[in-house]
Design a protein around this ligand. Structure first.
Ligand SMILES: Cc1cc2nc3c(=O)[nH]c(=O)nc-3n(C[C@H](O)[C@H](O)[C@H](O)COP(=O)(O)OP(=O)(O)OC[C@H]3O[C@@H](n4cnc5c(N)ncnc54)[C@H](O)[C@@H]3O)c2cc1C
Length: 388
């Protein structure tokens, strides 16, 4: 991977969560109302490691319908690293296509973030939905995601971010955001707002040295990504640049940010429960070819197969972007996220464990789902280095 792109895809994608480009940071003290609990970052506390592939499309998600095999097929896939974040709004964009097909009984193929939210939005609009899928949570790729509000993460390439595209993205993001605010304060905390700290060895206005990214000769053709988050500046509190020495982390520079996050295990359980309670059915079925859609009872089929659409439809516009996360034994007292700039480290406290994500240098175009334990152990060690 070109170093420029590793920066964009890794640190910068995460950094956009923390750094508000349009507004200057406020300068403030750490001003702790209480002590921050240290993460017990040790490799022997790893309880799970997962790998999944982001279904990236340079042109953004495919949301369009076609008539084939005697059905109306509405394609709804390719949400890159932003599937959870954009899901509700994306389903709202797909809804007119689903409605236009007429019947009130529809089939949704796929039970990940996109399939479940599409099914719920259809139900809430008076439709009867049957989900057909190879896997359901917690086996789907969506179950292995990090769980951060990241609506701009690998969602399209700069080249394709036209004004019209950006407007549609913003509509999706705002609509999702609105829905997520209605899921706060519920039992099991499916959605929460968290503070986080964006840490850096060098001042934030200084570019990272090339050595921070490695992979000099990598020839991956990862594209540049557009800076979209500034469009949503009004949806989050401003970040605060902390005075040196006023925070407990072993780095020179820190900013505090506040961001929405998802406890994916309880959140997807809630989605499943709501779907079933509203009369939804789930049928386990794998499709080898889209012509098998023709055998379904429903005349409208919404294809939410995520990365699976690549093989199912032969759609090579879907590029796999590998991602690996580890979970440490839950620490309820750790209630803040961390991003360590230039060190490809992201930590998110979830109810099911302290999630540690490490960017690999060769994630783009990489469909390998084998676990690389050494990568996660190294990330946990970098995390440990931040605490005295
Ligand atoms: C490491 C990592 C971290 C991430 N973190 C975040 C994050 O913090 N926030 C965020 O918003 N997004 C995040 N993402 C991105 C997010 O996970 C994806 O965008 C999202 O999971 C895509 O959901 P999906 O429903 O399209 O796909 P999937 O979850 O893959 O669901 C696809 C469904 O289709 C079914 N299916 C596929 N093929 C077939 C077939 N042939 N026949 C029958 N069924 C089939 C599958 O069984 C499954 O049920 C992350 C991704 C990764 C890899």
């Amino acid at each position: 991977m070109q170093r420029r792109n590793f920066l964009r895809a890794g640190a910068a994608t995460l950094a956009s969560l923390a750094a508000s480009q349009a507004m200057a940071d406020e300068l403030g003290n750490f001003a702790p109302p209480r002590q921050l609990a240290a993460v017990r970052a040790k490799a022997d506390r790893i309880i799970d490691i997962n790998v999944c592939r982001r279904p990236f499309r340079a042109q953004g998600p495919r949301i369009e319908s076609e008539q084939r095999y005697g059905k109306t097929i509405v394609h709804h896939y390719g949400h890159g690293g932003a599937g959870w974040s954009l899901s509700w709004g994306s389903a709202q964009l797909a809804l007119p296509l689903i409605r236009a097909s007429g019947p009130k009984q529809i089939a949704v193929i796929g039970c990940g973030a996109i399939g479940l939210t599409t099914a719920r939005v259809a139900q809430m609009n008076g439709m009867k939905v049957r989900i057909y899928c190879k896997e359901r949570p917690p086996e789907v790729a969506s179950s292995k995601a990090t769980g951060m509000w990241s609506p701009d993460s690998r969602i399209c390439s700069s080249e394709h971010a036209t004004p019209a595209w950006t407007q549609a993205w913003e509509q999706m993001a705002r609509s999702s955001f609105k829905t997520y605010q209605s899921l706060l304060g519920l039992a099991d905390q499916p959605v929460e707002w968290r503070d986080g700290y964006f840490l850096s060895d060098i001042p934030f206005d200084q570019p990272l040295p090339d050595s921070a990214h490695g992979g000099e000769d990598d020839e991956s053709d990862e594209p540049d990504y557009p800076d979209l988050m500034a469009q949503l500046d009004d949806l989050r509190p401003r970040s605060v640049l902390l005075k040196p020495g006023s925070h407990p982390f072993r780095v020179a520079h820190a900013k505090r940010f506040t961001q929405m996050s998802f406890n994916i295990s309880s959140y997807q359980r809630l989605l499943m429960d709501d779907f079933l309670r509203a009369g939804g059915e789930i049928v386990q079925q794998e499709f080898e070819h889209p012509r098998q859609f023709g055998n379904l009872r429903e005349r409208t089929v919404v294809n939410c197969t995520g990365y699976g659409a690549r093989a199912l439809l032969g759609d090579t516009s879907i590029i796999p972007v590998r991602g690996q996360t580890a979970r440490l034994v839950p620490q309820i007292e750790v209630d803040y996220a961390l991003i360590y700039r230039g060190h490809n480290l992201f930590m998110l406290p979830r109810r099911d464990g302290v999630l540690v994500q490490a960017q690999g240098e060769h994630d783009f175009g990489n469909e390998d789902t084998r676990i690389d334990r050494a990568l996660s152990v190294a990330a946990v060690e970098r995390l440990a280095s931040l605490f005295a």
